[in-house]
Design a protein around this ligand. Structure first.
Ligand code: GRF
Length: 192
């Protein structure tokens, strides 16, 4: 079964683009019905692939939390959203919202969780001299980067890797992993 997906972004939007492309090319059964950005300066908003998708911009500098959630809830309901994919979304969602959407919000993080939660995980991986890193897709719960892990992919950290090169290698893996996980959720939906 496919989902009506909303993707939440704050920045570059490359994971968003990959999900949109996969839906468009029918590599997924789902459809992206809504893009939500909490920044009107997110470069991802200018990605051509999303030109025909409804976009909701709730700019962090111009909106209070109450209006944020009321406009967000209204749009999610109107669009009949069934799955929320966080893709570089830099706002911590409130508990009540997460509870309402339990097991329906997933996030991608550029480390092998539970290692290197939070900001700059690639930098922290380099600093810690780990030999392997990667990316994780997990359900979102009320603690940052701590929800149940759905899937992960690994990469070898080379001696000459720095934060930039490692981020690039992980991002390539992220693009594939996010699609793989959504497909897995599509396949398992209704079977449990
Ligand atoms: C990705 O590395 C993702 O794992 C993290 O934020 C970054 C977003 O990149 N949560 P993009 O906006 O999808 O290009």
């Amino acid at each position: 079964m496919g989902f009506k997906i909303a993707i939440f972004i704050s920045g570059r939007g490359s994971n968003m683009r990959e999900i949109v492309r996969a839906c468009f090319k029918k590599k997924l059964k789902s459809s992206v019905e809504l893009i939500v950005s909490n920044s009107n300066e997110a470069p991802g908003l200018y990605i051509p692939e999303i030109k025909d998708i409804d976009t909701l911009i709730l700019d962090k500098n111009n909106i209070d939390d109450k209006s944020f959630y009321s406009l967000l809830n209204r749009s999610l309901k109107k669009k009949g959203i069934e799955l929320i994919c966080l893709a570089g979304f830099m706002k911590i969602l409130k508990k009540q919202f997460i509870k309402k959407w339990k097991n329906k919000i997933i996030n991608i993080h550029p480390s092998l969780l539970p290692a290197f939660k939070g900001l700059r995980p690639q930098h922290n991986a380099i600093q810690s001299k780990v030999k392997y890193s990667g990316c994780t897709v997990h359900y979102v719960n009320e603690k940052i980067d701590s929800g149940i892990i759905i899937d992960q992919d690994i990469i070898k950290v080379e001696d000459d890797d720095d934060e930039i090169s490692l981020s690039k290698k992980i991002l390539n893996k992220e693009h594939k992993l996010y699609i793989k996980v959504i497909r897995k959720l599509e396949d398992s939906y209704g079977k449990n």
